[in-house]
Design a binder for this molecule. Structure first.
Ligand code: UDP
Ligand code: MN
Length: 302
């Protein structure tokens, strides 16, 4: 064999080797085969910094989206370098508060990412006019989120509450948790001991054991006190972190007209028959937007 022939044969087989190797590696990537599994994220995230000022500027949807390069469709995030210890669904009841929603998203996404959470934000929108039903929207959010993913923790969160301290962990513990302990409008103090509104966190089993929120509270007030009673009836206690950690700013808004029947409904409430097991709604749309998963519904009284 001439030297030239040998050279050609060697070059061709070398080329095959390189291309073959390339295909092999790409196949791994394509099939998303993890050669080395990610380690768990640390118990306490090294990325948190403490109290941060609220970002008040109302940005366009486009610029918010551009700032969130690591976000997956539907407002879903997972840390890239470690496996999160928590799979958290953030459930936000919503109607006609566009400016609040933008401020909320612009603040909450970086906040949650600094905590290295595997999370998704659900906006549960009540489409029709008529009294708003916060409790029912929370139940719908829980139900729809469970269809999508095996979440370990559910955070039921008003759209106008901005957490100030990223040391406030957005995860669940062995007791239902009240998150919004110290809100600026209440001079950063707990206004009363049994308060269970604003932002709370519950594991799926805790929420199921109380049959979720009552569906009976149309208009402002009562559903949060009722959830407190449910948790109490199930002999669970409510857990709170310190006021220093649990600090929130509430975006200012006009006070809703309180439901005058709320005390009567509260008194007559029966968690066994009113809640997740009596929930009735029409799902108009579930859609993965860039910054959140939208669940738009019509409510039907049970
Ligand atoms: N909400 C809404 N649109 C409304 C009424 C209420 O989106 O028209 C949602 C929103 O998430 C809000 C929460 O329900 O933060 C609680 O209502 P609101 O803030 O009026 O209650 P308050 O702060 O007076 O307790
Ligand atoms: Mn509010």
């Amino acid at each position: 064999m001439s030297l030239l022939k040998l050279f050609v044969i060697l070059s061709i087989s070398g080329l095959f080797l390189v291309v073959g190797y390339g295909i092999f590696i790409n196949l791994f990537d394509f099939l998303e085969i993890n050669v080395t599994p990610l380690p768990f994220c640390p118990e306490i995230s090294p990325l948190t910094v403490g109290i941060q000022p609220v970002k008040w500027q109302i940005q366009t949807w486009y610029s918010m989206m551009e700032n969130q390069t690591e976000l997956q469709p539907g407002g879903h995030y997972t840390p890239q370098n470690c496996k999160s210890r928590h799979r958290v669904a953030i459930i936000v009841p919503y109607r006609n508060r566009n400016a609040h929603l933008r401020i909320f998203l612009n603040n909450i996404h970086p906040f949650l990412q600094r905590q290295q959470l595997d999370y998704r934000i659900f906006i549960i929108q009540q489409l029709k006019t008529g009294p708003f039903n916060r409790g029912m929207l929370m139940n719908i959010g829980f139900t729809e989120a469970q269809r999508i993913y095996n979440f370990t923790c559910f955070i039921f969160h008003d759209v106008d509450l901005i957490p100030e301290n990223d040391k406030n962990p957005y995860n669940c513990v062995d007791s239902p948790r009240h998150l919004s302990v110290a809100v600026d409008v209440f001079k950063y103090q707990l206004p009363f001991k049994n308060i269970f509104g604003g932002a709370i966190a519950m594991q799926a089993d805790q929420f199921k054991s109380v049959n979720g929120f009552s569906n009976q509270f149309f208009g402002w007030g009562g559903e949060d006190d009722d959830l407190f009673n449910r948790v109490n009836k199930k002999m669970m206690s409510i857990f709170r972190y310190s006021e220093e950690i649990s600090r929130y700013t509430m975006i200012k808004h006009v006070k809703q007209y309180p439901n005058p029947s709320r005390f009567k409904i509260l008194k007559e409430s029966n968690y066994e028959v009113d809640g997740l097991n009596s929930l009735n709604y029409k799902l108009d749309l579930i859609e993965e937007r860039n910054l959140f998963t939208l669940v738009a519904v019509d409510l039907k009284p049970a």
